[in-house]
Design a protein around this ligand. Sequence first.
Ligand SMILES: [Zn+2]
Length: 299
Amino acid sequence: MRLIGIDLGGTAIKAGAVDERGEILERRSIPTGLQDGAAAVLDRMAGLARDLRAENSVGVGSPGLIDHAGGRVLECPNLKALENVPLRDELARRLGFDPKRVFLENDANAAAVGEGWLGAGRKHRDLLLVTLGTGVGGGLILNGELYAGPGGMAGEMGHVCIDPEGPWCGCGRQGCVEQYASATAARRRARELGLPAESPGDLEKLAATARARPGPERDLCAAIGRDLGRGLAMAVTLLDLRCFVVGGGFGAALDVLLAGVRAGIEERTYGRRVAAVQILPAELGADAGWIGAARLASR
Ligand SMILES: [Zn+2]
């Protein structure tokens, strides 16, 4: 069986075909072109699905808060043009599919399904994917299945609070993990220390310096890791979770964050539970989202 997944992003639409054993058959990436409006973006998504020879079903991962019943994206700062558009039904209509065979899921949740199926979490029944990008995203797999919760918001590690007096977050609350461990936060923290942090490339340099020698870069990575670990500790305590997969652009620095992450977990859990916890780098990169979406469409 040929499974087709689409990962809708603010700048690019990635898509691909994978068979049911997990062999990647084809992949595509085209600019989203949000400026052309929702109808044009939907046309492009349908074009990709056709191009990949989708037969009767397709999965779509999208950023934002998903209304599963209505098949639409309710809130998404990066995809304003698509908010409240009946994405599932419109895509189904363009492809001539039954709307029940078009699966719309949050992109971090879809990526968690991808990593759990073919990536770093494939040996684990329970895992949390955490993505360190512009924000901090998350997706929770329990007993081998995506657990999104009735509102689709489960696994949102980015908005777990680690300090009620901490910096204000875009969600309107204070001290969320996202304000400490996202790529955006890492750059802010580097700037506060007088380290160069204007571009994502500067973060790569920061991680490389931290890797190479002791100094403020290494200390900062340890501090960021520790803050992330304090958030993950809550998942360890609440769910006895043993596997975390870390992805996203800044996730590439996991090796220099790792000691801090483990320290943060240890500090906030009891009974030496950190010893049983595995923290793994994501393996699928930019393919995780569409692969997970394709997997969801196979159900
Ligand atoms: Zn928040």
